[in-house]
Write a protein that binds this ligand. Structure first.
Ligand code: ZN
Length: 293
């Protein structure tokens, strides 16, 4: 008896829903058919596990993800802005673009929002803090004459390449660093000796830093002051290759290679940053806002 009543009630609900909007068409559904709710799943970028208990502000309403990391939104239009807040993750501001699974940046391995902000959102254009996103594929390191003519310097480069490739393998992307000749195309970084450098010893820049490529690392020049500088700072090339991955500077000297005068090896925190950078960039503005163009 209960079941019959329940069924009748549900049938009424379905009929009501089916007839809903008669005479007042929903602007998101001009044909007049039923609105299909959208299920969104939120997962951790570190291991794809569902993120339960996340707050999602969408269409003016805050919803909370269930144990499966899901919410169901009745009407969700492309371009709708969502703000996702979850303990242990960067707050993500994003526009819905038809994707049913959204990845959140984990704050694990001792990382914080400030840490990622500093490491990944370099201030490099009119005071804006924007993410530099590397271009997947083959990255060629082309030694200039003054560099390739110094066998000891080439040894440092040859040692750094496998290390950065090991690092890239944690980044889950097809990215391959290699030493190449000057005919290389694609993402190319020239590496040169430049004795005129007196400040930091090394500079790196993107020569095609135009409006169209401002978020993309497409190549550049690595400058080493001298062989003596390199021998005094043997991980310098690896640090510079870290910049070509899209990493900025860390202030964590005790553990991080990307800190100035920092560690001699990449830390688990830096590996997480690079892995996430290639899995999904942390938005175009800090800390995780990908609503900008
Ligand atoms: Zn640096």
């Amino acid at each position: 008896m209960r079941n019959t009543k329940l069924f009748a009630f549900l049938a009424l609900v379905v009929l009501t829903a089916a007839c809903g909007g008669k005479g007042s068409p929903n602007p998101t559904d001009p044909i007049g058919g039923n609105i299909v709710p959208t299920t969104l799943t939120f997962v951790s970028g570190e291991n794809n596990s569902p993120v339960a208990g996340a707050s999602v502000l969408v269409n003016g309403t805050t919803m909370t993800t269930n144990a499966s990391g899901q919410i169901v939104v009745d009407t969700l239009s492309q371009g709708t802005t969502m703000i996702v807040t979850a303990g242990g993750f960067l707050t993500r501001t994003t526009k819905y673009q038809g994707q049913n699974t959204l990845t959140l940046w984990p704050l694990t391995r001792g990382t914080t929002s400030d840490y990622f902000d500093k490491l990944l959102h370099q201030e490099f254009f009119q005071g804006e803090r924007l993410t530099r996103i590397p271009t997947p594929g083959t990255v060629s390191i082309v030694p200039g004459e003054g560099f390739s003519g110094v066998p000891r310097a080439m040894n440092f480069l040859d040692e750094a390449i496998p290390e950065i490739n090991r690092f890239c393998s944690n980044a889950r992307v097809p990215l391959q660093y290699r030493v190449a000749d000057s005919s290389a195309s694609g993402t190319v970084f020239r590496i040169e000796m430049d004795p005129t450098i007196t400040t930091t010893g090394v500079t790196i820049y993107n020569p095609r830093n135009s409006e169209a490529t401002i978020y993309r690392i497409t190549g550049g020049v690595i400058k080493i002051r001298s062989l003596a500088h390199l021998e005094g700072n043997p991980r310098t090339i690896l640090h510079e290759l870290g910049h070509t991955l899209g990493l900025g500077h860390s202030s964590d000297r005790a553990t991080d290679l990307m800190a100035v005068a920092g560690s001699q090896a990449f830390s688990p925190k830096e590996e997480l940053a690079a892995m996430m950078l290639y899995l999904r960039s942390p938005g175009t503005a800090s800390p995780d806002n990908d609503t900008l163009p």
